[in-house]
Design a protein around this ligand. Structure first.
Ligand SMILES: Nc1ncnc2c1ncn2[C@@H]1O[C@H](COP(=O)(O)OP(=O)(O)O)[C@@H](O)[C@H]1O
Ligand SMILES: [Mg+2]
Length: 302
């Protein structure tokens, strides 16, 4: 388990992190979410040892990396800023990092090519890193973290700035890492970016955790209802099906049902209930997004 306990960090004029505590278990995907300047990067850098906190501690499988820095080897890190040198070529850069990890030359080359391939960088293999666009450089930083298997991954905004195809790919990759048993801590300033994949969220505002829990708990916190409109050729029986399961039917026609979901349901959980029951879905919209409401309420301090 990755444990963050009472973390505090002050820069000259800013209390960037003020008593942040949370955990990331094996197989979990925890989203660290909050607006720009909330303290996400400072928290993640403290975990991987790039920032020395003023107070609090980090435990990686019960080991304090400040005492035993070798434990950091089980952490993979994706930095937020394009922290990569400009001059090396993409695949050479990956290969050297793999080599420095202690792999043989051949193994390093093989892993570098595999990671590049995984992030769609093969065609950019001979580009200078500095010549990559922002999104491509982000993919390079992700590829770098995947050069070897790690028990925990700390990813700082790995999704922001990617094009839609790669948003989906990177999300799927994160889910796969967790399935294989790794714990993943992933930050974002956009809750919706992570909504489909996280097991839990830690919401941080001005250096303090203002909420942590599952998305279900977050939407309960909002108290708002999710209203969805589903287009289906068998809308009439779909309406009956949903009514039996506690949904309030707001409107219905032979091709459309509009329902209010019970508390705690999210648009994606509703869609999976409907699809698993075998209903054909031709359109799906939601008119109120309670998670986002809850998030905004939290980060605005309302
Ligand atoms: N090296 C630094 N020197 C001074 N202030 C910093 C430094 N790094 C971050 N800060 C400040 O700390 C606060 C938290 O920043 P950061 O951890 O980067 O937040 P986030 O990643 O959530 O946007 C911000 O107010 C930021 O300006
Ligand atoms: Mg940041």
């Amino acid at each position: 388990m990755l444990v963050v306990e009472g973390l505090e960090k002050r820069y000259r004029y800013v209390r960037a992190v003020r008593g942040v505590s949370f955990t990331v278990g094996e197989g979990e995907i925890v989203g660290l979410v909050g607006p720009n300047g909330a303290g996400k990067t400072t928290t993640l850098k403290s975990i991987v040892g790039l920032v020395v906190p003023d107070k609090g501690r980090i435990l990686v499988d019960d080991v304090d990396p400040q005492r035993d820095p070798g434990i950091r080897r089980i952490l993979g890190y994706v930095p937020e800023a394009p922290e990569a040198p400009r001059w090396p070529r993409v695949c050479d850069f990956l290969e050297k990092l793999a080599y420095l990890e202690g792999m043989s030359k051949n193994e390093a080359r093989r892993r570098a090519r595999a990671s590049a391939e995984e992030l769609g960088l093969t065609e950019y293999c001979n580009y200078k890193v500095g010549a990559l666009s922002k999104g491509l450089r982000k993919r390079l930083l992700i590829a770098q973290s995947l050069l070897r298997e790690r028990k925990y991954y700390v990813m700082d905004e790995p999704i922001s700035g990617l094009d839609p195809e790669w948003v989906a790919e990177v999300r799927a990759k994160i889910v796969a890492l967790a399935r294989e048993g790794s714990g993943v801590l992933v930050s974002s300033h956009i809750l919706r970016e992570l909504e489909e994949i996280v097991t839990r969220v830690v919401i941080i505002r001005r250096g303090e955790v203002v909420f942590q829990g599952s998305l279900k708990e977050l939407s309960e916190y909002a108290g708002g209802k999710t209203i969805v409109t589903i287009r289906s050729p068998n809308a009439t029986s779909l309406a009956r099906f949903l009514a039996e399961r506690g949904y309030t039917i707001l409107a219905t026609s032979p091709s459309m049902v509009k329902v209010e979901a019970p508390e705690g349901e999210t648009p994606s959980s509703i869609l999976s209930v409907v699809e698993e029951a075998g209903f054909k879905v031709e359109g799906f919209e939601y008119s109120k997004y309670s998670l986002e409401d809850a998030y905004l309420r939290l980060v605005r301090g309302g």
